[in-house]
Unconditional design. Sequence first.
Length: 239
Amino acid sequence: MNQRLGKTRAALRRHLVLTVTTTVVLLTVVAAGAAEFTARTVIRNHVTKAAPGLGEDVAVGVADDWALWDLARGSIPRLDVSSDDARVGRLPQVRVRARLDDVRLGDGGTVGGTHAEVTASTQSLATAIRTAVPAVPVSAVTTDPARGTLLASVGPGGAGQLTLRPVLADGKVTLAVDGLTLFGRSVPTGRLGMGEGALGPEAGAPKEYPLGLKATSVDVRADGLHVALTGGPAPLAGA
């Protein structure tokens, strides 16, 4: 009887030790997960402060998948940033895929280099034209990759056609007006209120792209406008 009772007590003690150990492990894992989430949030906040045009829907990934360790060192070899709701100049809701190399936090913060790909859909381009020329209805925008131009149907019933061509100069992209036709006849673009013949940056918009980025190429494709940007060493505001 005593032997059986002793075995029972020993089993209970082993069960208690196992339960306590399991609980400690679970608490440690939860704490580590919470700390990692906090570290990723801190890093994401640094990036969004440096590039507020990325919008609310921003995802920031750490190349080595261990943000807590990188944050503790204040040095991150690589960050992968993505957003489908960014704003670049006049273009809203553009898709951005960027890579930030050699990110250092503290003492103002710096980024060693940045590479980004920006895609503006035809819907985004139509919205930009409506914003630039609010008095003119824009029903749709299509692309002509062979000619490298954008075609906007404007005016009542889309009776007019506005032809735009992306221009790359001084590291920035603008849309120059190639021509305007109404019922097939050429008309002055001044009637659209576009005296300079281009869709440049909005009044009050930053003169430079964030993170020291400069546009290096621009292509017209079937789905819209594709812009590649590269930046060298630059400050990381908010770090």
